[in-house]
Ligand binder design. Structure first.
Ligand code: NDP
Length: 291
């Protein structure tokens, strides 16, 4: 199977590297220097255009949002032959994916949404989780490619379902991160409490999560906030989760609050900073520091 990969960002660059070790892989990136570096590091081929990328058996995209994915449609269709499979690994919008899939189907091109989890560390280690929306039969065809870079691959429904589950997963991350930040800020402001000791016992108790076990100790208490997953992208995911819940007719008061808090935080501390830097905004509101 011939693979083309578009979007060599924090997730795409290492993911395409794993794939290139097992499949003939062409890469295209908006900033061409990243594609050149990828070819030199991973033995992929640099593609000259999106149109050329669409000539493969499998086209993979990993872009910031479904807006950038949908914008590729005309050029993909100009190069695609019937039978092309397009797998979108963006954390995208389920409604946009269903629209894209319907348009592609008119041209004999099949679509899967397959968003990723595990962060840049999971992408580098080839141990991501993938939430797939699309037919069983199509997943069977792309599974060998996903197995080069993922340890958990789960089909959750038809097109759009992968993006829906990913949005809810990231809403849970956003909730946990906000709650842990607010909780630790309260403990810091109280005074006389060692935050590392507090986390040690929380992590052996019922309040623990990936946020308290990993993100806060490694990124917040160290004050490093290493930029691997942008705050703006998490705010986008919270928005998708809220839209999804509302479209399904559910009352979602907590989702609505969290979504607006992350939108405000993005404006106050910046869209490009690491998502854990939302704690800097919580600190401003609380008048203390989590350290
Ligand atoms: P990055 O910002 O690191 O990379 C984005 C990629 O998209 C780059 O290759 C960029 O090209 C390309 N791009 C941006 N805008 C356009 C455009 N208009 N046209 C063409 N290409 C474009 O993002 P991530 O890799 O962090 O995230 C990608 C997706 O994966 C997002 O949906 C995110 O939510 C999700 N995700 C991210 C995780 C993480 O830990 N970072 C974890 C799980 C999911 P260029 O190099 O030119 O800027």
């Amino acid at each position: 199977m011939n693979v083309s990969y578009i979007g060599l960002g924090a997730m795409g660059y290492p993911m395409a590297g794993h794939i290139a070790r097992h499949f003939s892989t062409g890469v295209w990136n908006r900033t061409a220097a990243k594609a050149d570096a990828h070819a030199a590091e991973h033995g992929s081929r640099v593609l000259g255009s999106v149109r050329e990328a669409a000539e493969a058996d499998l086209l993979i995209t990993c872009l910031p949002t479904s807006l950038e994915v949908e914008a590729l449609l005309p050029e993909v269709l100009s190069g695609a032959r019937a039978g092309l499979i397009w797998m979108d690994c963006t954390s995208g919008d389920p409604v946009a994916s269903q629209r894209i899939a319907a348009k592609l189907a008119e041209h004999g091109v099949r679509f899967l949404d397959a968003p990723l989890s595990g962060g840049t560390a999971g992408a580098q280690a080839g141990r991501m989780s993938v939430m797939v929306g699309g037919s069983e039969e199509l997943l069977a065809q792309v599974r060998p490619v996903l197995q080069t870079c993922a340890s958990t691959i789960v089909r959750v429904g038809d097109v759009g379902a992968g993006h829906a589950v990913k949005a809810i997963n990231n809403m849970l991350l956003a909730v946990n991160l906000w709650a842990a930040g607010e909780g630790l800020a309260a403990l810091a402001a109280t005074g006389g409490i060692d935050l590392r000791a507090a986390l040690e016992v929380i992590n052996a108790s019922s309040g623990r999560s990936n946020v308290t076990e990993n993100l806060i100790p490694q990124r917040v208490l160290t004050r490093e906030f290493p930029a691997t997953f942008a705050l703006g992208l998490l705010a986008k995911d919270a928005g998708i989760a809220l839209d999804l819940s509302r479209a399904a007719g559910c009352a979602s008061p907590a989702f609505a609050l969290i979504e607006s808090l992350y939108r405000a935080a993005k404006r106050e501390v910046g869209a490009e900073v690491d998502h854990t830097a939302v704690v800097r905004y919580i600190e401003r509101l609380a008048g203390t520091e989590v350290r």
